[in-house]
Design a protein around this ligand. Structure first.
Ligand code: DON
Length: 556
């Protein structure tokens, strides 16, 4: 990696070498895949491609070859970071009002189910790009473990089954898709084998021909025909012209730590930086739990308001990035943040709504023995994406188009509102909340991220605050979660996560507190403690399927 390369962010740090490597992902089989690539001498970027492809097979509810994502790469040798943007784009025939019915209302079914809901996938192009530009092993070697898993099958786990039960009805509209994921005709039992021969063939085409194996030729033709047969508007040209983008990460500084995180078209990095800029004026650790949750929620509220108003794909719209990231702007936002009173969102603007819990999408974190890191969050959006796989491809389509604002001010599946900055346009990338992040000082480095739709950014905030408080990854991934997203105007909390006294205290300040009936998120973190030269990895205890492991390369 050349330091002269414009897109990379240069940071000066001393360069100790770890004597271990570590992978944490949402599936033990994907973690094993990453570890085996590292064991055979692959670097972090090789491992990232192999883990992404393995997750595409064994965690189809969350991410896949028919979806997209953001891969934040950090090279230890040159201290450079880049975000590989493999986000989906709107097809060429997409237009602003494509999900509105005759009365002007959003047709939610069209927005999330079947062919019209799918953006042009970015994941396969990103794997190819990362392998060619940063990897050290051939793409075919990196995809081989995923091909084996698709051909030989893997046992359905609790997450596969739970999330499929939520999408069963929709998937049954397309019997050929249902036959892949429900081979017995119904939602499988935990332990049932899921074999995906068509997906294996598509992965092989990618392994043999690079991105052209997916975006051109036989696979592309089947994808276009199948998508159109299910109400979609994809063309061969849409696939052929898909481009991966390399973006300069958002960086900010918080209490002596440097944060490296996701730039647009994710909203995550900007929102995270804004929240931290607001919070840096407070002594959070000296506060009562009511005060602390109040102040953090007020920072969340303000960042999510700006997300709704200003953020979108910077290749298409002007986003005031420098302003939003400035410490002065945060100081302005603090002027109306009262320590003794909630600020009603209505005094900042608009309507409340509902959003579902989220733990599909996937995140993995890894560090290789040279200290290179990858923090990657990948998605097909809702569980099992659009619930449709074009026949003969095994490619489950994403329903990422719902991350656009289908109508100004109208909530999407996560209750997120948006306006013209995130309106649909041909080839535009839909705004994301995915926030793969690296937080570092001279002494400690954290690699972390999570799925969870609109709640991703607030989970990463709580996780990194816990890291900065001195804790390790098992603690960050476990911290009880609370969330405010401007609209609806309430603090959402995990079941039994706050005492009745704390809830009373927040309500007395004017907050509405909503205890959800389930937890959310699936955070995967790795930490390298440079001062002791030790590594730790942890997966979210909320799901049993995750795998987190550290392998020592020298005897201590
Ligand atoms: O890009 C985004 O922000 C969403 N498509 C992510 C969806 C997600 O995290 C679903 N998980 N609950």
């Amino acid at each position: 990696m050349a330091c002269g390369f414009l897109i990379w962010t240069c940071v000066a740090f001393a360069k100790p070498q770890p004597q271990a490597y570590a992978v944490s992902s949402a599936h033990a089989l994907a973690t094993e895949t990453g570890l085996s690539i590292l064991a055979q001498g692959g670097n972090a970027y090789d491992a990232a491609v192999a883990v992404s492809a393995a997750l595409a097979v064994v965690e189809p509810a969350s991410s896949g070859i028919g979806g997209g994502g953001f891969w934040l790469l950090h090279s230890h040798d040159d201290q450079l970071s880049v975000m590989v943007d493999g986000r989906e784009v709107a097809p060429g025939k997409a237009h602003r009002d494509m999900y509105l019915d005759e009365s002007g209302a959003v047709d939610r079914d069209l927005a999330v189910n079947g062919g019209l809901a799918a953006g042009i996938p970015g994941a396969p192009a990103a794997w190819d790009h990362i392998a060619q530009k940063y990897g050290s092993l051939p793409l075919a070697v990196l995809l081989d473990p995923a091909i084996q898993l698709a051909e030989q099958g893997f046992p359905a786990d609790e997450k596969y089954v739970t999330l499929l039960a939520m999408r069963e009805g929709v998937m049954n509209r397309w019997p050929e898709t249902a036959a892949i994921f429900m081979p017995s005709g119904e939602v499988p039992q935990v332990g049932d084998l899921i074999v995906q021969p068509d997906l294996a063939k598509t992965l092989r085409a990618l392994a043999d021909h690079g991105r052209d194996g997916f975006y051109k030729g036989d696979v592309a033709e089947k994808l276009v025909a199948g998508t159109q047969a299910a109400g979609g508007i994809w063309t061969l040209d849409d696939l052929a012209r898909y481009e991966v983008k390399e973006r300069q990460p958002i960086t900010t500084e918080y209490k002596g730590y440097e944060l490296i995180t996701a730039p647009p078209p994710s909203s995550g990095g900007i929102a995270l930086a804004q929240m931290l800029n607001i919070l840096e004026a407070y002594d959070l650790s000296g506060m009562s739990s009511v005060e602390r949750i109040h102040v953090i929620s007020e920072a969340m509220r303000r960042a999510y308001r700006d997300r709704a108003l200003y953020l979108g794909d910077t290749d298409f719209v002007d986003v005031p990035v420098d302003l939003l990231l400035s410490k002065d702007y945060a100081a302005g936002l603090r002027t109306h943040l009262r320590i003794d009173r909630a600020t009603p969102s209505a005094s900042l603007a608009n309507d409340p709504t509902v959003w579902p819990e989220g733990d599909n999408t996937t995140h993995f974190s890894l560090i290789d023995a040279e200290g290179n890191m990858v923090s990657a969050t990948l998605t097909v959006n809702l569980p099992y994406g659009a619930a449709y796989a074009p026949p003969g491809t095994g490619v489950l389509l994403n329903n990422e188009m719902d991350d656009f604002s289908a109508k100004a001010g109208e909530p999407n599946a996560y209750g997120l509102v948006g306006f013209s900055a995130n309106a649909i346009e041909p080839y535009k990338r839909m705004l994301s909340s995915m926030t793969p992040t690296i937080v570092r000082s001279d002494e400690r480095v954290a690699v972390l991220g999570t799925p969870g739709g609109s709640r991703i950014i607030t989970m990463v905030l709580l996780g990194l605050l816990d890291f900065i408080d001195g804790n390790g990854p098992m603690s960050w991934v476990s911290v009880p979660r609370f969330h405010h997203q401007y609209l609806p105007d309430s603090i959402s909390i995990e079941p039994d996560s706050l005492s009745p006294e704390t809830i009373d205290g927040l309500e007395a300040l004017g907050h509405q507190v909503q205890e959800r009936n389930r937890t959310w998120g699936n955070m995967h973190g790795v930490m390298w403690d440079i001062s002791t030269n030790t590594m730790q990895a942890a997966h979210d205890p909320r799901w049993s399927s995750g795998g987190a492991e550290v392998v020592e390369t020298v005897e201590r």
